[in-house]
Design a protein around this ligand. Structure first.
Ligand code: SF4
Length: 316
């Protein structure tokens, strides 16, 4: 047993087996890239729109093949019989309603898909999208629909620096609207954003504790080549006097920060991620993070040594 409520534990309890996600790139863009808000994207976002390992498709007819391709890619793992279709790359509610309906429906219809998880931005959930999600929920009562929101931080100063492009109030409204529809919300937080202290990261965690949030992804900040963050990072290495830290140079420091965040996290929030995957050919720093197995082993070993567990510092 892991000392936190992992997605694996949730899936085994709920579905009797571990569920793997098949990541999809359904051909979306993002208001932070197409010029609606900005053309440069968030400063950390790769050209793949944070979906560098996703199976690409360009029409709803290709969903089945993309899911089968994704399933084949997981064949080396000890998978069960069912999977989650994960609409991952870019902003997966940012398109015509007819297209959204077609791709979500095509995925939900597949026998080996137990549910879909949709990664998006809180400012891309207009009423029409919410109505569609509610209708699909009724149409496929045996399957689930999760929505993943890329919050990254509650701090407006950092949000502005990373060019997130929406205020915290927008996130609150989205969480509230999804909660009313009984659609579970998974929130992405990034640990190690430029200028954020451990107290800042813990403040984000504590803030989420007070909201109807079902799941969380705690993501180490990866500095990828060909991003504005990479330029910032390289400059900050040359200007040591700036004093702004960016991500975690040492694995041990990340593990300590992660354990603190898990310790303050509400015990019922399902933890979907505690580190993250970065394309090796793009990863500039921290390079220690490319050994994901080692990061997870160190986390679990250290938590055991410290007798640490999710919610150990949580106060209702
Ligand atoms: S909102 Fe997501 S897809 Fe859009 S630029 Fe930011 S990280 Fe990339």
């Amino acid at each position: 047993m892991k000392p936190y409520y992992s997605l694996d534990t949730y899936c085994k309890e709920t579905f009797g087996e571990k569920l793997y996600k098949i990541a999809l790139d359904a051909g979306f863009t993002c208001p932070n890239r197409d010029g609606s808000l900005d053309t440069r994207g968030c400063i950390f976002c790769s050209q793949g729109g944070s979906g560098d390992f996703a199976s690409a498709l360009s029409s709803p007819n290709e969903i089945r093949q993309a899911l089968l391709d994704g399933r084949n890619r997981l064949s080396g793992k000890k998978t069960g019989s069912r999977y989650i279709a994960y609409f991952q790359a870019y902003t997966n509610t940012y398109g015509p309603i007819s297209y959204l309906e077609a791709i979500y429906t095509a995925a939900l219809r597949e026998d080996f898909i137990v549910g879909i998880s949709i990664a998006t931005r809180p400012d891309c959930l207009p009423d029409a999208v919410l109505s569609l999600l509610a209708a699909l929920k009724s149409k496929f009562p045996d399957k689930f629909i999760w929505v993943e929101l890329g919050l990254q931080t509650i701090h407006e100063k950092t949000a502005s620096f990373i060019r997130r492009g929406y205020p915290l109030s927008c996130f609150h409204e989205a969480v509230s609207a999804l909660h009313k529809l009984e659609i579970p919300v998974i929130v992405h937080l990034i640990l190690g954003l430029p200028g954020e202290s451990l107290e800042d990261m813990l403040a984000s965690v504590k803030h989420l504790n007070a909201l109807p949030v079902w799941g969380i992804k705690l993501q180490l900040l990866h500095i990828l080549e060909h991003t504005d963050l990479a330029d910032f990072y390289k400059n900050s290495l040359n200007e040591t006097s700036s004093g702004i830290t960016c991500s975690f140079a040492k694995k041990e420091d990340y593990i300590q920060a992660l354990i603190a965040c898990i310790g303050y996290l509400r015990p019922d929030i399902v933890i979907h991620r505690v580190t993250g995957d970065a394309p090796r050919n793009l990863l500039l720093a921290p390079t220690w993070s490319s050994n994901k197995r080692d990061v997870l082993n160190t986390l679990h070993h250290t938590m055991k040594e410290l007798a640490a567990y999710q919610g150990m510092y949580y106060e209702n």
